[in-house]
Design a protein around this ligand. Structure first.
Ligand code: NDP
Ligand code: OXD
Length: 308
């Protein structure tokens, strides 16, 4: 009943300590010290090895150490192996912080003040009420919903878009392709919190930017390949878009010569919007191990057909 961890080694050492404290009966191994491959029933990985089912013939569950699973190649993974994304509360808290500060940066005109500072100009601009700013979040899952609940507290006019219909208090909910244009037309600050799937790859392109009101801004905390990056640059350079805050790019790291690095209306961070915290992640994984042994549904199990 071994669980094998294959991701960031430093965090893996913390997982190992936490497993030793909280579940000393569960054999825990850190890649590449795999021990007996036949004993590995559970794999916690950011990127599983390519030949995972051959390498671990008795594998039953693959846990992603992140909220996304798009980095997994599931083509060779048989359907009886469950795939579970990370749902621990630390990821949610980190994302709420990151998106809230990004929305406030745009709302409080900090891109304009940074430009004035570079020119040595001391000039004030009118302060707008949050209630005059319309935020729209793509994705109403674990993260999108938590972000919107917090933005709502600031008084922003909040909306979200998802595949199926949702109801969230204080949030105007749009669902499906038919409502996409209406959602975009009412959005001043667009936030991407979609999973990367065949349906969402390249979704955010010129057509999407054109549908946003002039002066809108964009925050990407989903995945870089959601966006056609040249279309984003064109929209910024034409002045149609005001600013972009990008935590994810395609590829990562972004090549040094890419225009995003020096663009005055782009703020870049290296995929740090939120990260799994070992101290809370281990509790979530242990709970799922208990559920698995009891034959109960796993929390965060993904639907292989939908891709998230
Ligand atoms: P969830 O699976 O909980 O939610 C996904 C949401 O996206 C759902 O609301 C779903 O709609 C919606 N969705 C999926 N496909 C479509 C589609 N084709 N059209 C419309 N809506 C769609 O994911 P999380 O909230 O946990 O995470 C979202 C993503 O955030 C992750 O996949 C990852 O890529 C990214 N992430 C980034 C991090 C970073 O540090 N930058 C950290 C953690 C995550 P419905 O509800 O109708 O099914
Ligand atoms: C995740 C991520 O998916 O770090 O958790 O992007």
């Amino acid at each position: 009943m071994t669980i094998l961890y294959k991701a960031n080694l430093e965090r893996g050492r913390q997982w190992a300590q936490l497993f030793a404290q909280k579940a000393p009966d569960v054999p825990f191994r850190l890649w590449p010290e795999i021990g007996d491959p036949a004993a590995v029933r559970y794999l916690a990985a950011w990127e599983p090895p390519a030949d995972v089912t051959q390498a671990f013939p008795n594998l039953e569950v693959i846990f992603s150490t992140g909220a996304g699973i798009d980095q997994f190649d599931l083509s060779g993974v048989p359907p009886h192996i469950a795939v579970v994304r990370m749902t621990e509360p630390g990821i949610v808290e980190g994302m709420v912080e990151y998106v809230t500060q990004s929305v406030l940066t745009i709302h409080r005109d900090l891109f304009d003040y940074a430009a004035l500072q570079r020119e040595g100009v001391w000039r004030e601009m009118p302060v707008r009420a949050a209630s005059t700013r319309r935020v729209g979040v793509l994705g109403l899952g674990m993260l999108g919903t938590a972000v919107l609940k917090t933005l709502n507290l600031f008084g922003f006019r909040c909306a979200g878009w998802s595949r199926f219909a949702h109801e969230i208090e204080g949030v105007e909910c749009f669902a499906g392709a038919d409502s996409f244009d209406a959602f975009l037309a009412r959005t001043d600050i667009l936030v991407c919190l979609l999973p990367l799937t065949d349906a969402t790859r390249g979704l955010i392109d010129k057509r999407v930017f054109d549908k946003l009101p002039k002066g809108a801004s964009f925050i990407n905390v989903g995945r870089g390949p959601h966006v056609v990056q040249q279309d984003l640059l064109d929209a910024l350079n034409s002045g149609h878009l005001h600013a972009a805050i990008l935590d994810v790019t395609d590829p990562e790291p972004l090549p040094r010569e890419h225009a995003f690095w020096t663009h005055p209306r782009v703020r870049l961070t290296p995929h740090i919007a939120s990260a799994t915290r070992p101290e809370t992640a281990v509790d979530v994984v242990l709970d799922n191990l208990r559920r698995h042994r009891a034959g109960l549904p796993l929390i965060g199990a993904i639907d292989r057909a939908r891709g998230y």
